[in-house]
Design a protein around this ligand. Sequence first.
Ligand code: HEM
Length: 154
Amino acid sequence: MVDQLAARTTHLVFAALWAGSVCFVAAVVLPLARDGAFNTTRPLEVISGRLTTVSRVSSLVLFLSGSHLAGTTYTVERLFGSVNGWLVLVMVALWLVLTALVEIAAKRFEAGLTGKKIREPAREALPMFWAAAVAAVGLLVVAGLLSANVARLL
Ligand code: HEM
């Protein structure tokens, strides 16, 4: 019981933290960098580094807490044979996509920044950050469907 409470709360907190950080960088920081609002690369290197750390920690915590929830509240039959089970599998697939997109996008962005260029690497990295933001919002939509127990309505 306590483990469920801890796993659900941790899962929710890190989901919000991760999705929020990715969306903020994609919607605010990179467009500003592309439009020339920064005149040194340093703040962007720090932001990108912090985002990578938040992403790695969140990815691990969500994997562990999510695996615990799946392992304790689902059977293999329910996981592969019910609407809620499929939603959990979609969540796992999107988790993998989001982890990979943030990792690759941040790495490419930082590599581009080293030549004192800012606007060009920001423009090039934007589509990948947008894709990551879409995956993050998609995860929250899937979570909303699970929370509302959408299977009940079908
Ligand atoms: C390997 C990765 C993951 C696994 C195995 C996993 C698994 C689960 C499971 C089993 C549940 C409970 C479903 C139910 O109540 O029937 C859940 C809920 C949830 N998950 Fe995930 N998840 C993962 C990744 C993520 C990610 C990346 C996010 C968002 C960024 C996320 C956000 C949520 C949210 C917000 C809930 C709803 C919590 C609640 O209402 O109690 N999950 N997840």
